[in-house]
Each structure stands twice: as structure tokens, then as C-alpha cells.
Design a protein around this ligand. Structure first.
Ligand SMILES: NC(=O)c1ccc[n+]([C@@H]2O[C@H](COP(=O)([O-])OP(=O)(O)OC[C@H]3O[C@@H](n4cnc5c(N)ncnc54)[C@H](OP(=O)(O)O)[C@@H]3O)[C@@H](O)[C@H]2O)c1
Length: 304
């Protein structure tokens, strides 16, 4: 990856801006201003989900940006996600019709005619998982959504689609950072032409979700080890956040940093001016700690 390439291209030729703006844990009230400010400072990729309960505000922020900043809808790459429902958490799994209805509901809340990327948020749909995927394929075939994909899917869940003889997702959005590198899954994605999108890139930072009501599976050992990124960042004269984001972007993976702080928002977008050396990339390969800490999926291999 060259320093100044700012998008990645999926198998179907879609260009995804490498730095997106994440909106998890931003309330519907705060998010319109946050999204507007993000687009104003240069973000062209916005990530939300039905379960974030902020699609209305995200849509308002986008609408204001389009009118005030003289942008067109094509300029912004918008992702939202289907909440699949999970019987194990007392919810009903969405069937095909429910999934089609959920997409319409998301569009209505966002106030948009289409999204660029629609994802199944997690593999918790159980027996309905393939029906949900069929619904997304139908939406894509009818031109109502540009690209489709999944999130938090393991090799087993992707094989399920493959074994059913259905087209594979364009994208799998996964937790990906030096502590959760998922080498086998990434290899599978590459072989099968599925683009990874990285979330929770900033998990190793001491500032990551450090407010009392924010969920985090960070252990004390991780907190103690976090300082290594500060040393690495200093070497490149960048912040730790920029270093962690560059680690993914340099490998061609889009990232979705979330911040409500204007200076951090700007800084997180500025990751194209340096390259991490091969030596340091190899050093980071040794820091993998497994499946991740952003949310308790249960063991994905046990989700059937
Ligand atoms: N598909 C999924 O299941 C899934 C799961 C998790 C996340 N996501 C997506 O990925 C996005 C990002 O993931 P995330 O929300 O877990 O976390 P993140 O973007 O990795 O980190 C956000 C945290 O880091 C802090 N931060 C941001 N920029 C910083 C900087 N430059 N310096 C220091 N601290 C900084 C933020 O605090 P301040 O806000 O105070 O700056 C916040 O606490 C989400 O918003 C969502 O869109 C998807």
C-alpha cells in the first residue's frame, strides 16, 4: 500500500474510503452535529447500525453536510447494519421478510434512498442466518443497496454461505488491531475476495472507551502493556492513535475511528503521511492476543 492511497476497492469494484467515521456510543441527539463535523473535516465514510439507535441523527448530519458543504450523495459512503436478533438473548431471529423490512426502516430513519453498504451485524441469526443473507442478496440484485456484507463472521459462518452455493459477502467488518489480528480469518477473506473493514482500531489506547458506562473487555495485563504503542508512535512523530490506524490502513483495511473531540477527529483522518517499517510491522505481528475485547460475542465458533 502506498502512503497516499485513501480508499480500498472491493471485488465488485466499489471504492471504500479507508478512514470512516464510527458512530457507536454516540447518542441520536449528539450524532447529527458529530457526523456533520466529521464530513466537514474530510471524512467521506460514515458507519452506523440499527442497534446504535442513532440512524435518525446520522441521517440529519449527512443531509446538512450535503446541503451546506455542496456535496452530492455519491460523495459519502454510508454503512448501516441489520440487527439479526438472537434467540440466545431472548430475541426473535429476523427471517427474510423481517430483514427486508428492517432495511426499509433503516433507510427511512436515515432519510436516504440507499446505503452504500448493508451488513448483517453479527452471526447470531441461527437458523435464519442464510435467509438473512438471501434478503441482502435480493436487495443488492434489485439495486436498492450498492454493496452487502457481514460483520463478526468467522470462517465457519462464511463457509455456511459458500456451502449453500450463495455468492459471498463483499465485506466482513471485524475487530482488528495489533491485539486481535485474526491471521487465519484474514487469509480466508483474502483468498475469497472479501474485504475486511477494521473496527475498534484504538482498543489498545488508555483513552479507549474509558467512561464508566462504556463496555470494554480490557484486562489489567493489556492496560499495563499499552505503553509500547506510545514508544512506537514517537519514533514516527505521530500520535498513538495515528500509529494504530496506520497499521490497518497500510495493509489496505478501512478503519472507523470514533471521536467526539474535534482535534482527535482531525488527527484520526491524518494517517497517510508516513509508513510503518517492515521491521515494526513484524514486531507487531508478535502482539496478537486473540479474539478481541470490543464486545462479548460469545465464542463465535460456538454460535450455530
Ligand atoms: N461491527 C461491529 O460489531 C462493531 C463493533 C464495535 C465498533 N464498530 C464500529 O467501529 C467504530 C469504532 O470502534 P470503537 O467505537 O470501538 O472504538 P475506536 O474508534 O477504536 O475508539 C474510540 C475511543 O477512543 C477514543 N479516541 C478516539 N480518537 C482518539 C485519539 N486520537 N486519541 C485518543 N483517544 C481517542 C475515543 O474517545 P473520544 O470520543 O472521547 O475521543 C473513544 O473512547 C464504532 O464507532 C462503530 O462504528 C463496529
Amino acid at each position: 500500500m502506498q502512503k497516499n492511497v485513501t480508499y480500498t476497492e472491493t471485488g465488485n469494484g466499489t471504492r471504500i474510503p479507508l478512514v470512516g467515521y464510527g458512530t457507536f456510543l454516540i447518542t441520536d441527539e449528539e450524532v447529527a452535529d458529530a457526523v456533520f463535523n466529521a464530513i466537514k473535516v474530510g471524512y467521506r465514510h460514515i458507519d452506523t447500525a440499527a442497534v446504535y439507535n442513532n440512524e435518525v441523527g446520522v441521517g440529519l448530519g449527512i443531509k446538512k453536510a450535503l446541503s451546506d458543504l455542496s456535496l452530492t450523495r455519491d460523495d459519502i459512503f454510508v454503512t448501516t447494519k441489520l440487527w439479526p436478533g438472537y434467540a440466545g438473548w431472548g430475541e426473535e431471529s429476523k427471517n427474510k421478510q423481517d430483514t427486508l423490512a428492517a432495511y426499509n426502516q433503516s433507510l427511512e430513519k436515515l432519510g436516504l434512498d440507499y446505503v452504500d453498504l448493508y451488513l448483517i451485524h453479527s452471526p447470531h441469526g441461527g437458523e435464519q442466518r442464510l435467509s438473512q443473507w438471501e434478503a441482502l442478496l435480493e436487495l443488492q440484485l434489485s439495486g436498492r443497496v450498492k454493496s452487502i456484507g457481514v460483520s463478526n463472521y468467522s470462517i465457519k459462518h462464511l463457509d455456511e454461505i459458500k456451502n449453500a452455493g450463495l455468492p459471498l459477502p463483499d465485506v466482513n467488518q471485524i475487530e482488528l488491531h495489533p491485539w486481535s489480528q485474526k491471521p487465519e480469518l484474514r487469509e480466508y477473506l483474502e483468498i475469497n475476495g472479501i474485504a475486511p473493514i477494521a473496527y475498534s482500531s484504538l482498543a489498545p489506547l488508555s483513552t479507549w472507551r474509558n467512561k464508566p458506562d462504556q463496555t470494554s473487555g480490557k484486562t489489567q495485563a493489556m492496560i499495563d502493556d499499552g505503553a509500547v504503542f506510545s514508544t512506537l508512535a514517537q519514533k514516527y512523530n505521530v500520535t498513538e492513535a495515528q500509529f494504530l490506524l496506520r497499521w490497518a490502513v497500510q495493509q489496505g483495511y478501512p478503519v472507523l475511528p470514533k471521536s467526539l473531540n474535534p482535534e482527535r477527529m482531525r488527527q484520526n483522518l491524518d494517517v497517510f503521511g508516513f509508513d510503518i517499517s517492515e521491521e515494526d510491522m513484524n514486531l507487531i505481528k508478535l502482539m496478537n492476543r486473540g479474539d478481541g475485547i470490543a464486545w462479548d460475542l460469545g465464542d463465535p465458533s460456538l454460535i450455530d
